[in-house]
Design a protein around this ligand. Structure first.
Ligand SMILES: *Cc1c(COP(=O)(O)O)cnc(C)c1O
Length: 359
C-alpha cells in the first residue's frame, strides 16, 4: 500500500532506510544481535555511533572546533538545557519570537534568566521573520536564540542573521539537513530527530567548543554538554536505536549527493505546493512569500466548514495526517526530506479536484 504521510513529527522516514533497518533487525552485520540489544560500549555500537557522527559532520561540513552530541530530552528539553549550559555569569538572553516554538523557548528560559524579546512577528500573527535590522539586541547577552523553522506557523529563515560576537543559538528541529547551512555562524544548533532525521528520542546538539565552559553548576550531568562531550555522548546510555536510524538517514542523504542535492528536491516540492496555493482563492497560506517554510506548509480553506470533508477525502486517497496543529487549525502539509515529489503532486491533484467539486 502506498500512503503519503504529511505528519509534522514524528514524520515520514525514507523507505530505503526502513527497509534496511528491517533487514538488519534481527542480526546486525553478522553480529547475531539487533542494534537494540547491543551494549552502547561494545565495538559494534561504537562503530555505528562513530560512523553516524562522521557522516553528519560530512553532510553539514561541521568545522573541527564543534562538538556533535547525541542526547535525549528533545528540543523542549533543550529549552532548559541551553540556558543552563550557556548562562555562566550572564543575566540576559535575547530571543526573536517568530511563533509557537519561539514562545515555548522564551517561557522556559524565563525560569533561568532575564529574557529580552529583541524582535517579534506577533503583530502580524507570526507570518514573517522580522528583518535583522529591526532586532533590538542586548549588549551583553548570553546568547541570541532563534527558531529557524517554525513548524506550526510554517515560517523559515532564508538567511543567517549576523549577531556579532554574541553566540547565535538555533532550534533547527524541523529543517535541519533540508539544506546546506554555514555551521560556523552559529554557537549552538539543536533539534529533535523526529522531524527530518530519525525516530523520536534522539536530540542533536552541535556546539562550538569554546562555549563549553559556560554551564551553571546546577546543570544535570546528562545534559551537561562539556561532560557529555568528554564522554562521547555516553555519560548516560544514549538513544542507541535512534542513533542507528539517524546514521542510516545520513547515509541515504550522502548517497543522493548530500544537502545541495536534497535542497534542490525540497525547493521543487515546496514550489509545486505554494504555486498551486497562490493560483487559487479557494485555499490560502498566510505566510509572507520570502519567509515561507519549505518543510511545513500550513494552508486553509476559505470556507472552514469544508475542513472535515477535505480531510476525509484526503484520507480516502491515502494522504495522511494533514490536519493542522491543534493550536491553529486548518491544514498543514509537512514535506520533509523523505517525502517524495510524487506525494506532493498527489496532494496538489487532490486539492485541485476538491476545489473543482466544492469551489
Ligand atoms: C517538534 C519541535 C519541538 C519539540 O520537540 P520535542 O521533541 O517535543 O521536544 C521544538 N521546536 C521545534 C521547532 C519543533 O519542530
Amino acid at each position: 500500500m502506498i500512503v503519503y504521510n504529511f505528519s509534522a513529527g514524528p514524520a515520514v522516514l525514507p523507505k530505503e532506510v526502513l527497509q534496511r533497518a528491517a533487514a538488519e533487525m534481527l542480526d546486525w552485520h553478522g553480529s547475531g544481535m539487533s542494534v537494540m540489544e547491543m551494549s552502547h560500549r561494545g565495538p559494534e555500537f561504537i562503530s555505528i555511533a562513530e560512523k553516524a557522527e562522521a557522516d553528519l559532520r560530512t553532510l553539514l561540513a561541521i568545522p573541527a572546533d564543534y562538538e556533535v552530541l547525541f542526547l535525549q530530552g528533545g528540543a523542549i528539553g533543550e529549552n532548559a538545557i541551553v540556558p543552563m549550559n550557556l548562562l555562566a555569569d550572564k543575566k540576559v538572553i535575547d530571543f526573536v519570537n517568530t511563533g509557537e516554538w519561539s514562545k515555548k523557548s522564551i517561557k522556559e528560559a524565563k525560569k533561568y534568566a532575564q529574557v529580552n524579546v529583541a524582535a517579534s512577528s506577533e503583530d502580524k500573527n507570526f507570518t514573517y521573520v522580522p528583518a535583522r535590522e529591526t532586532w533590538k539586541l542586548t549588549k551583553d547577552a548570553a546568547y541570541v536564540h532563534v527558531c529557524t523553522n517554525e513548524t506550526i506557523g510554517g515560517v523559515e529563515y532564508h538567511f543567517t542573521p549576523d549577531v556579532g560576537s554574541v553566540p547565535l543559538v538555533a532550534d533547527m528541529s524541523s529543517h535541519i539537513l533540508s539544506r546546506p547551512i554555514d555551521v560556523s555562524k552559529y554557537g549552538v544548533i539543536y533539534g529533535g530527530a523526529q522531524k527530518n532525521v530519525g525516530p523520536a528520542g534522539l536530540t542533536l546538539v552541535i556546539v562550538r567548543k569554546e562555549l563549553l565552559d559556560r554551564a551553571l553548576p546546577i546543570t544535570p550531568s546528562a545534559f551537561h554538554w562539556k561532560e557529555q562531550a568528554e564522554a562521547d555522548s555516553m555519560l548516560n546510555t544514549p538513544p542507541t536505536y535512534g542513533i542507528y536510524i539517524a546514521g542510516l538517514v545520513f547515509e541515504w542523504l550522502l548517497a543522493q549527493g548530500g544537502l545541495p542535492a536534497i535542497e534542490k528536491k525540497n525547493v521543487a516540492k515546496a514550489k509545486l505546493l505554494y504555486d498551486y496555493l497562490d493560483s487559487t482563492s479557494f485555499y490560502f497560506n498566510p505566510v509572507r512569500k520570502e519567509d515561507r517554510s519549505r518543510m511545513n506548509v500550513p494552508f486553509r480553506l476559505r470556507d472552514e466548514k469544508l475542513d472535515g470533508e477535505f480531510l476525509k477525502g484526503a484520507e480516502a486517497r491515502e494522504l495522511l495526517q494533514l490536519k493542522g496543529h491543534r493550536s491553529v487549525g486548518g491544514m498543514r502539509a509537512s514535506i520533509y526530506n523523505a517525502m517524495p515529489i510524487e506525494g506532493v503532486q498527489a496532494l496538489v491533484d487532490y486539492m485541485r479536484e476538491f476545489e473543482r467539486r466544492y469551489g
